[in-house]
Design a protein around this ligand. Structure first.
Ligand code: SAM
Length: 259
């Protein structure tokens, strides 16, 4: 009887992999994985020697959407073949990782039990390493290309996190990461709302225990010249504080504490 469970390794596998995820990897008939580092791969292979990487489905210059569909097909083939299938993604398996959700939806549509376990995402590490609480001034979080393409509204009183700045404007896969000649478009869009000297952070969580994260603070106007990798996430702090609306405060009967 085929089934599907989608789990994540977290960002530093040996530190973040949960007991529950380990149990599923061990207990499954077939383990398929998409991870970004060799330690994660080794841990998975130790828990399940027959585990297979799905990264072979990426092709140089191939649209990532095509690869994702090929991954989902491979996952569903295993489930339909009657195997208890566990798919492992790095980070949180359902955060900026579309094939996991799609595979679960398809498996359920076909009548198979399918679930996802939460895990630690890059953004969770960002909160810890940069000392940011998204509950403080609120937070917006977007895939960088989507953000520009859809002209998402920016609220400069709220923190903004942009994912995948390393493949900005490129929907294909490149082993070495995309070329960054389109980054000036992202900078131009951001400069419509933020001053060019606003200090932003290029963030890369450490993927190995004992290593330091990359936290590079620079002026927004300099972003296109900075070193940006497939693991870079951009953090933009609010430029100013929002104010309490007096009418709403009066209606609520008391002025809530404003930090
Ligand atoms: N599922 C992953 C997670 O939960 O973090 C995200 C996968 S998404 C396809 C890839 C993007 O995640 C990168 O472009 C980057 O924005 C972010 N990312 C991945 N690894 C990271 C790291 N070590 N530090 C900071 N951001 C990272």
């Amino acid at each position: 009887n085929g089934s599907l469970v989608v789990v994540g390794t977290g960002i530093r596998t040996t530190e973040h992999l949960t007991g529950n995820a380990i149990a599923w990897i061990k207990a499954s008939d077939k383990v398929l994985y998409v991870v970004a580092d060799l330690v994660a791969e080794r841990v998975i292979k130790e828990l399940s020697p027959s585990a297979e990487s799905l990264t072979v489905l990426y092709g140089e210059g191939k649209p990532r959407g095509e690869t994702y569909h090929a991954m989902v097909d491979r996952i569903l083939d295993s489930v339909r073949g009657g195997q208890r299938t566990c798919v492992v993604f790095y980070g949180h398996p359902g955060v900026f990782a579309y094939p996991g959700h799609l595979a679960i939806e398809r498996a359920r549509d076909e009548g198979y039990p399918a679930t996802m376990l939460p895990a630690i995402s890059a953004e969770d590490c960002l909160f810890a390493d940069l000392g940011i609480d998204p509950g403080h001034q609120g937070m917006q979080s977007y895939e960088a290309t989507h953000f520009v393409l859809h002209r998402k509204r920016i609220d400069p009183t709220t923190a903004l996190v942009l994912w995948q700045i390393g493949s900005f404007g490129d929907h294909t896969y490149r082993r070495e990461g995309a070329s960054h000649h389109k980054l000036p478009f992202l900078v131009a869009r951001l400069c419509e709302e933020y001053p060019a000297d606003h200090v932003v952070t290029i963030y890369e969580a450490a993927i190995y225990i004992g290593c330091a994260p990359r936290i590079e603070r620079l002026r927004l106007g300099k972003l296109a010249e900075a070193r940006v990798t497939p693991a870079s996430t951009l953090y933009i702090p609010p430029v100013r504080k929002s104010r309490i609306d007096p009418a709403t405060a009066a209606w609520l009967g008391s002025e809530p504490a404003d930090r």
